[in-house]
Design a binder for this molecule. Structure first.
Ligand SMILES: [Zn+2]
Length: 101
């Protein structure tokens, strides 16, 4: 089954490319890290919803400093939380934005 993004308004699917031709990557929810998982879900603003291990967020929802680049592969840092969503114009400046460091 192809990966797709769990964000309702996001149309990204596995194998697609973003507007600037960057390859979209998909990251599983941090199910083993409850505190961070809660921030992910809060930022998504989906109520009464819990992600499963089969759901992913695409790289479009993370700022550049959320990633470590090694050998041409982008890894999501262990402290990163998604902050960019279709219903939040521009980059949000919530306190969670600092969590990428
Ligand atoms: Zn997405």
């Amino acid at each position: 089954m192809p990966r797709y993004c769990a964000v309702k308004l996001c149309k990204n699917r596995g194998g697609t490319h973003s507007k600037d031709k960057k390859r979209i990557s998909f990251y599983p929810f941090p199910l083993q890290d409850e505190d961070r998982l809660q921030i992910w879900v809060d930022n998504m603003k989906r109520e009464d919803w819990a992600p499963s291990r089969h759901q992913y967020l695409c790289s479009e929802h993370f700022t550049e400093d959320c990633f470590d680049l090694r050998w041409g592969i982008r890894y999501l840092k262990h402290t990163s939380v998604p902050t960019i969503f279709p219903h939040t114009p521009g980059v949000s400046r919530t306190k969670t934005f600092q969590s990428c460091n």
